[in-house]
Each structure stands twice: as structure tokens, then as C-alpha cells.
Design a protein around this ligand. Structure first.
Ligand code: PLP
Length: 439
């Protein structure tokens, strides 16, 4: 057992963490295997969010470890600009075959935030290079989460993630699809397709000639697990196509299994022009993200009227398509296929749905939502402190040996794809017990 001296903890300013609280109650994870972590006291903790939505195949998968070890020994790094290595091309081709028709070209990044900013930049550059530089305004959605870089927080719709950081890019926000009449919906809610029509008002306000792209998560994740109302994404697609506005799906959480398909686009039957991914692509083992674009967008850049030796898109990261991350991703895609993990998500999703909606009548719960192996619970706010109860419940769960994500007024579950029925009942039971223990 490792001993942690509180003074040492101050050296690390932890991300999205209440650092002062953490120092008093350090939750240190020392190892992981399958669906479980082990903490500094040697306790087993069930992983109710698959890491941060990214370890669906379970922790410590030997196939990924072997691929990473072999790759780091063979080619630890090669320059990302102007030179290539075999795995990035193999991975890009594999990803393209798993995406809906037309999404064929992959630009790699190292995270979801970078993928989002890359997607926004591609959208703007696409119009700019056609002499339509005014087509630059971006549209996101209230409660949308698109990472933490300046592009992402501009289109993001979670107030505390934006306003402390001052001026952002020009962006408007569609209304949230989380409607009162949709409370306790199982899967996709019935109501709310009409909220997409707010885009028409933005078009009449700014002119489509000034709007580059609309970006939404097909299912909002960090904003509280909000599945799209039936017909909503289709409506957004229609409006964007009719007005020559690019539609971007931020699939950082939804791609590669969580929804019960390779993408939210596939599962919800709507194909965007640009899609982001990250997280599950490498099963969390290596930082990797990316943007998949439609063939026409890529072709446009390839046919620019510029000399061939000049760069078409002035953008990229030192660690774009890092060879070790690509090896991890290829091994992850193998696992998803060999272990039939997407089918497993489809099979386990109804069990999670039944179990989580079984909490409906408990005090303090005001809404429950689910899709695939994801679920969100909204808690009634403690007077003046909307974020307090989710934090308290999550801490009670941690004490009981369950990691449950809390954020804003919600608790969130993103179960490992390898979860068993019993484990689903255990974690839902732990939430119920924890709820009963707080006021
Ligand atoms: C939809 C979405 N976009 C972007 C991001 C940012 O990803 P990262 O934390 O890898 O930068 C996240 C992270 O949760 C996300 O859920």
C-alpha cells in the first residue's frame, strides 16, 4: 500500500477537480483490471463511467498492452508533419469503413477538445477557401459539451465552462432538447424535434451566408446524458442541407460502441458532414482523437488551386496520429469486433434501462434518461446548491466501492461494455442506498 503525504498532493493542480476537497479526501487509483479499479487502500471500486467514457472494453486488456509495447519498441515516434508511418493509414482506413457512407477521411488529434477545434477550423477553412470568408459563425447547443479549448467552449453550452474565460468565438446556441414533458423517457424522447427549428431563426437573424457550421453531440453526454428526441437530428440535417451549413456531430463519447453502434450517426440514422471522435478509440489507453470528414470536403482541399508542395490545411499537432496511440486504437478496434462488444452493448442496454428507471420513485430524483450503456439522473437541488447532492451521492457510492460520475445537478453512468447484469444491479443499488443516506 502506498502512503500519500497531503503536502505532495499540492504539486498537481488537478483538472475539473475540487482540489481543496480532494486534498482532504484523496481518492487515489493505483491499478485497474476489467471493470474494477483498486484504490490506495487496496479496495476494489467498480468503474461506473468506463474511466471517463473511454475504457468500454475494460481495463488492462492484454491485447492493447501488447500492441502498445511492441509499437513503442519498434517506432516510438516519427514526425507527424510531412512524414508518415504505416499505422496511421491503416487506422484511418479502418475507421472510414466503420463510419456511415461518405465519411471517409480522418484527421488525427490527441484529444476530444483538439478534435472539436480541428472540426471547427476545417469548417471555417472550407468556406474561406471558396471565397466565403464571412461564413464563419458557429452554432452549438445549450448543455452541449465540446471540450475545453477556446473553440469548444465557444460552442459549448455549459455556463461555468465558458464565462470565467472571457471573450470566446462568435457563437449562438440552439435550445437544449431536455424538455419537461420528456422526463423519465426511456431511450429517445418523443418530444423536441421542433427545437431544431430554432436554427431557422438564427439563419434569418444572421443569414446562412454568415454561418459556417452547427455542432451538436448526437446524445449530449457531459451535460447530463440527454438522448436526441425522435426526429431531431433528422430535422437539423434537413435545415443544414437546405441552407448550405455544415453539420458537425461531436461523437467523442458516442463513437465506437457506447450507443450500440460504431457511431451515433449510424444508430440515429443521420450522417453529418464532419464527425469528431476520441476516448473509446484507444480504450483510454493512449491519448488519441480525430475528425472524420465527408469525401467532398476532403476533395475540396485536395483540388485547391495552389502548388502541390504547399500545405492544404495549416493545422496539426506534434502528436497527431502518434504511432503508439494508433497501435492501441487498432488493437481496440480488433477487441470491439472479436469480443462482439457492440452487440454486448445492445444486449445490456435494456437491462440498464429497466434497472435505472426502477429508481424513479425514490425521493430527490427528478428525471432519469438512458440510451445504450449510458444513463443520467437529475437530482432535486438542495436549497441554493444545485451541485451539492450529486457530489454527496457520488462520494457515498465511492465509499461503497462504486465510481459514479457527478456533474452539475446530475449523476451519470457510462458502464463498461463488458458489464454483467449483476454489476448493473449492484451499482444501481448503491446509488439507491446512497440517495437514502443524504438529506
Ligand atoms: C462530446 C465531447 N466533446 C469533447 C470532449 C473533450 O474531450 P477531451 O477531454 O479528450 O479533450 C468531451 C469530453 O468528455 C466530450 O464528451
Amino acid at each position: 500500500m502506498t502512503t500519500f503525504v497531503p503536502e505532495n498532493l499540492d504539486a498537481h493542480w488537478m483538472p475539473f477537480t475540487a482540489n481543496r476537497e480532494f486534498r482532504q479526501n484523496p481518492r487515489i487509483i493505483t491499478s485497474a483490471s476489467g471493470c474494477f479499479y483498486r484504490d490506495q487502500h487496496g479496495r476494489e471500486i467498480f468503474d461506473g463511467l468506463s474511466g471517463l467514457w473511454n475504457c468500454g472494453a475494460g481495463h488492462g486488456r492484454e491485447e492493447i498492452t501488447a500492441a502498445v509495447s511492441q509499437q513503442i519498441a519498434t517506432l516510438d515516434y516519427s514526425p507527424a508533419f510531412q512524414f508518415g508511418h504505416p499505422l496511421s493509414f491503416e487506422l484511418a482506413s479502418r475507421i472510414a469503413t466503420l463510419m456511415p457512407d461518405g465519411l471517409e477521411h480522418v484527421f488525427f488529434t490527441c484529444s476530444g477538445s483538439e478534435a472539436v477545434d480541428t472540426a471547427l477550423k476545417i469548417a471555417r477553412a472550407f468556406w474561406h477557401s471558396q471565397g466565403k470568408a464571412s461564413k464563419a459563425r458557429l452554432i452549438g447547443r445549450i448543455k452541449g459539451y465540446h471540450g475545453v479549448n477556446f473553440g469548444g467552449i465557444s460552442v459549448g453550452g455549459i455556463g461555468p465552462n465558458r464565462y470565467p474565460f472571457g471573450e470566446t468565438l462568435q457563437a449562438d446556441h440552439l435550445p437544449s432538447t431536455q424538455l419537461e414533458q420528456n422526463r423519465y423517457s426511456r431511450g429517445q424522447p418523443q418530444h423536441g424535434a421542433h427545437t431544431a427549428d430554432a436554427l431557422l431563426e438564427m439563419i434569418s437573424l444572421h443569414g446562412a451566408e454568415n454561418i459556417a457550421a452547427v455542432i451538436v453531440e448526437p446524445m449530449a453526454g457531459s451535460g447530463g446524458v440527454i438522448p436526441p428526441p425522435i426526429g431531431y437530428l433528422q430535422r437539423l440535417r434537413e435545415i443544414c442541407s437546405a441552407h448550405d451549413i455544415l453539420l458537425i456531430f461531436d461523437e467523442v463519447i458516442t463513437a465506437f460502441g457506447r450507443m450500440g453502434g460504431y457511431s451515433g450517426a449510424e444508430v440515429f440514422g443521420v450522417t453529418p458532414d464532419i464527425m469528431t471522435f476520441a476516448k473509446q478509440i484507444s480504450n483510454g489507453s493512449q491519448p488519441l482523437g480525430g475528425v472524420v470528414v465527408q469525401r467532398d470536403i476532403y476533395q475540396h482541399f485536395m483540388y485547391l488551386d495552389t502548388p502541390e508542395y504547399l500545405v492544404e490545411l495549416m493545422h496539426g499537432y506534434t502528436y497527431s496520429a502518434h504511432p503508439v496511440a494508433c497501435a492501441a486504437a487498432l488493437a481496440t478496434l480488433d477487441l470491439l469486433q472479436q469480443d462482439l462488444l457492440i452487440e454486448r452493448v445492445q444486449n445490456m442496454a435494456p437491462i440498464l434501462e429497466d434497472a435505472i428507471h426502477g429508481l424513479r420513485d425514490l425521493p430527490l430524483i427528478s428525471d432519469i434518461r438512458n440510451f445504450g450503456l449510458a444513463a443520467g439522473l437529475t437530482l432535486e437541488a438542495a436549497p441554493g446548491e444545485p451541485a451539492l447532492r450529486p457530489f454527496q451521492v457520488a462520494m457515498k457510492c465511492w465509499e461503497k466501492g462504486f465510481y459514479v460520475r457527478y456533474g452539475g445537478d446530475t449523476l451519470q453512468l457510462g458502464l463498461p461494455f463488458i458489464v454483467t447484469e449483476q454489476q448493473i444491479h449492484d451499482i444501481v443499488g448503491a446509488i439507491a442506498e446512497s440517495l437514502a443516506e443524504i438529506t
